[in-house]
Design a protein around this ligand. Sequence first.
Ligand code: NAD
Length: 352
Amino acid sequence: MPQTLAAAVLRTHCANILKAAGSTPAEAQQVADNLVLANLSGHDSHGVGMLPRYVDAIAEGGLTPNADVKVNIDIGTMMSLDGQHGFGQVVGVQAMELGIARAKQHGSCIFTLASAHHLGRIGHFAEMATAQGLVSMHFVNVLSRPVVAPWGGGDGRFGTNPCCIGIPLAGAEPFLLDFATSRVAQGKMRVAHNKGVRVPDGYLIDENGAPTNEPGVVVVPQGNGLFGALMTFGEHKGYGMAMACELLGGALTGGGTWHRPADTARTVLNGMLTVLIDPSKLGTQATFEQEATAFVDWLRQSPPGAGYEHVQIAGEPERAARVAREVEGIWLDDATWSEIVASGAKVGVAVA
Ligand code: NAD
């Protein structure tokens, strides 16, 4: 049955399953908090629905509980880091803590993070940086089933490669742009398929490379045993951005790019290039603050377009969802809840 659960209850269930799967209590809590925060933020595709996959990835050997980030190269303003297949929610935060300290010391820091297991919502890392007054940019690739087609191509060749830019705004919440370069998240297609609804034009191609509105083409193998694929956002431009994320997040980090047929592994590895900038070290802090605020105010004065209440700034939808879902609880569809219960059973935890 579908469930609506309070965030606190969901955190406890997730942490219990993760502890039984091998995480220390502290790691289990950190990962559970991160997943539930993604649900609260409105991004169910990166919330607790990922937990069954994590439990399977541990069993497969692709996800190593209790691993720490490893510093391979450190030249002050540049670091090469290895996630050692640890939980992205943990090694990603460790990497950001190192990078933020360096950016505050030197004015900027560029770091690569290779071989982190699924980093979840990338905006989480940009929020850490903007909270410290830093600009934060992230380019990420995904080593998992290749679900997104290159522009002009007829099958999936890479992942949903997210890109994220966080910019602090004086006296206000930050600009927090955080998006997959696919037209829509793979998880949202699973939800649509489970509900039996069709999706708009331009989202998908089928297993033969033809446009389709059936979300099932990327959820279950089709007649010929193959999957369809998601399209990138923004046609050839989104494709270019997805490719930049693969080259920067995969090749430059050393974590690797995707160039092999799909397999059935449950492990999801992310590579991430991060650029951190401290505006106060550029001598433009006062102008930056004034000009950024003036621009945001200017945007907000735009009259609402047809069908819209007002102009929003990236980051606002997630913050509004957090306020609402803290009160209303988090709704989980039947399939997601059943998978969580089943993954608990795999590690001897009864979830009810
Ligand atoms: P999305 O399509 O909902 O876009 C989200 C972005 O658009 C946010 O920055 C949001 O604030 C902004 N936005 C939404 N509506 C807006 C409006 N009306 N006006 C202004 N801005 C608006 O999100 P998505 O592309 O489905 O990505 C969801 C999440 O999935 C992200 O957090 C991303 O990091 C994550 N992700 C992670 C991986 C991974 O492998 N770790 C892969 C893909 C995506």
